[in-house]
Design a protein around this ligand. Structure first.
Ligand code: BTN
Length: 313
């Protein structure tokens, strides 16, 4: 019922009387009032003016199904949206759902995580209500060898979304970090459900520091709020992320990964730099056909790394 009342309030920019709502939804005026009160307790700002009725002033910035799905407009990404208050890690639930045939595009989201997982056994700091912490189930028809390219695709897509939404100069540090200057603002963790060499599903774990303060983040990190000196809507940002990601992902069926690799090169903070990565040192010269990083060392040898931590040499 709350969804229906909200729909009414959203359709009417001005006031709508309790009587109108009650007659259209066939409920008593007391029931209208009770539901509106419930919406208010969830963070919806709804005013009531005698003789005029109710008006929706603002909606809460919480990552709930109702808000994410409103005018989302995607074909499959986020059609099934499961949101939790606090979990250890959204990756666990997503993996379980992946094994249990959850449809492609299912999104698992939490307001906070107590054991957020980063790459290579690290933790992802996930203060409640401050970031975007989602795991997305995909079922791509690609070879296991090409899975790293999906991480690159996700990095390109999210980088584009944040750049467009905030005008910040966000760059991609290979393979999965989004940086502003040399501070990390977002990260991607890709996990794979596979059977021999067959990809069953992929979990894309995305963490973005949106409205976190410096004291809530690790030392080498930043948030969009810290960079912009103002809060931004997590709901709107997540919707844009899902829309863009769906476009990039759908495009690989039509054009392969060529467009991803090209855009990655433009957005990369790694390419053409002298770097060190897990014992190797040289100049990052590009991405190989599976998403690995190609490095040319001082002896002119070509080294390809599929994973690792890049540092500037
Ligand atoms: C990294 O940069 O090391 C990857 C960070 C990935 C964090 C996200 S937050 C949502 C999802 N759940 C997790 O526990 N981790 C990923």
């Amino acid at each position: 019922m709350q969804d229906k009342i909200l729909q009414f309030l959203r359709k009417n920019q001005g006031y709508i009387s309790g009587e109108d709502i009650s007659s259209k939804l066939n409920i008593t005026r007391a029931a209208v009032w009770k539901n509106i009160d419930q919406l208010r307790s969830e963070g919806y700002e709804i005013i009531a003016v005698p003789h005029l009725g109710y008006q929706l002033i603002s909606t809460p910035d919480i990552l709930i199904d109702r808000e994410i799905k409103y005018k989302l407009g995607t074909q499959f990404l986020g059609k099934r949206f499961l949101c939790y208050d606090t979990v250890e890690s959204t990756m666990e639930g997503a993996f379980h759902l992946g094994l249990n045939n959850a449809p492609e595009g299912t999104v698992i989201c939490a307001e906070g995580q107590t054991k957020g997982k980063g790459r290579q056994g690290r933790r992802w700091t996930s203060p409640k209500g401050k970031g975007i912490y989602v795991s997305i189930i995909l079922r791509p028809k690609i070879s296991i060898l090409d899975v790293p390219k999906l991480t690159l695709l996700t990095a390109v897509s999210i980088c584009e979304t944040i750049r467009r939404s905030t005008n910040l100069d966000v760059k991609i540090k290979w393979p999965n970090d989004l940086l502003i200057g040399n501070k990390k603002v977002a990260g991607i963790l890709t996990e794979l459900g596979a059977e021999t060499d067959n990809v069953l599903f992929i979990i894309l774990g995305i963490g973005i520091n949106v409205n976190s303060s410096a004291s809530q983040l690790p030392a080498n990190s930043t948030s969009l709020k810290l960079e912009l000196s103002q809060e931004i809507s997590r709901v709107e940002l997540l919707k844009e992320i899902l829309r863009d990601l769906e476009k990039w992902y759908s495009n690989i069926n039509k054009q392969g990964f060529q467009k991803v690799t090209k855009r990655w090169a433009e957005l990369s903070s790694t390419l053409n730099k002298k770097i060190k990565i897990d014992g190797a040192e040289g100049k990052a010269i590009g991405i190989d056909e599976h998403g690995g990083l190609k490095i040319r060392n001082d002896k002119g040898q070509l080294i390809t790394k599929m994973t690792g931590d890049v540092v500037q040499a």
